[in-house]
Design a protein around this ligand. Structure first.
Ligand code: UDP
Ligand code: MG
Length: 317
């Protein structure tokens, strides 16, 4: 039978969080009096989380494990969760309990009022470094400025989506995914609920700076051409500068002023332009690499094991 709610939690080395995650999700979801399922995606864990997920699934058949063949990253793990979800409403939550499961009840209330996407806005963050908070805050504001989609500020992937929205999201098979952007892009009736983001229950972050940076690049390239246009703007600025400075230098020379002599000014001009050109090439490279990944058409993820697999597929494009 179709459950009313699906909870999706991506898991990457979260052994100590799993039992309490299950406990708290169960407590919260049982109060709804509806059928629910918890899809746990094992994103190539190496700390025994995989076995823990299997044993939870043996205990409670509302838990549906999806086990990846390797680590594919958080956004892809959530994507698999969306593919496997069957609920009329689907909630994405982190496995480290930074997103309190109790907030789901507020989301469900909004969903019952008729909202199709209910996203959780972080009013406060606990137990995170100054660096993480500042870069995250800056990131959301830059994205908001330069992208065409108005992605809500300070909002992560913690959200509820109606089946209609999930179906649309599942039809978008882009390789470099920024789910919160995609979920804003689709439209529908959306609303936010604010919550206090807790500290991690156990373990350390699985999002080192490198992964965060990659996510930021995916967000920008996925939703904006601004970096590509940057080369044009810089080109105009450089050309403009030369139009102004060339006559000045010629005139100064003609009047016998020798100030503009020397290698230094030449070197600065060459290095500046060289730098701008290389950066522009790099930006082009970012977009071309992404085009290449799309063209290869590889599956988004590879499932090694999904015991409850009604889809009868090992991988999805
Ligand atoms: N995660 C994942 N694959 C990864 C990295 C993270 O499935 O490659 C999961 C992780 O287990 C957690 C969620 O994504 O449930 C968010 O990660 P984390 O809490 O480390 O990020 P942070 O909250 O520090 O930004
Ligand atoms: Mg976390």
């Amino acid at each position: 039978m179709q459950p009313t709610f699906t909870i999706i939690a991506p898991v990457y080395n979260e052994l100590d969080n799993l039992p309490i995650l299950y406990q708290r999700v169960k407590e919260v979801m049982d109060t709804t009096g509806e059928l629910w399922e918890l899809v746990l995606i094992d994103d190539g864990s190496r700390d025994g989380s995989t076995e823990a997920i299997r044993s939870l699934a043996r205990q409670d058949d509302r838990i549906r494990p999806v086990i990846f063949a390797r680590n594919f990253g958080h956004q892809i793990a959530v994507t698999a969760g969306l593919d496997y979800s069957r609920g009329k409403a689907v909630v994405i939550i982190d496995a480290d309990l930074q997103d309190p499961p109790e907030v789901i009840l507020e989301m469900i209330e909004k969903w019952r009022e008729g909202y199709e996407v209910v996203y959780a806005v972080r009013a406060e963050r606990e137990g995170e470094t100054w660096f993480k908070k500042t870069t995250a805050s800056l990131f959301y504001r830059i994205i908001f400025k330069i992208t065409d989609v108005k992605i809500p500020l300070d909002t992560g992937d913690f959200r509820l989506m109606d089946r209609k929205v999930v179906n649309v999201m599942n039809s978008m098979r882009e390789k470099h995914r920024f789910l919160r952007g995609m979920s804003a892009w689709v439209g529908f009736k959306q609303v936010g609920v604010s919550y206090k983001r807790a500290a991690r229950f156990a373990g350390t972050t699985k999002y080192p700076f490198k992964k965060m940076f990659k996510l930021a690049l995916n967000a920008i390239t996925g939703f904006s051409y601004f970096p590509l246009q940057l080369a044009t703007y810089l080109g105009f600025i450089a050309a403009g500068l030369s139009i102004i400075t060339i006559p000045i230098v010629i005139a100064a020379r003609a009047w016998g002023n020798e100030t503009f002599l020397g290698q230094a000014s030449t070197l600065i001009a060459v290095l500046f332009l060289g730098g701008v050109q290389l950066i522009s090439l790099g930006i082009l490279g970012e977009y071309i690499g992404r085009i290449y990944d799309e063209v290869k058409g590889r599956p988004l993820y590879i499932v090694s094991e999904a015991p409850m697999d009604e889809l009868k597929e090992t991988s999805k494009e």
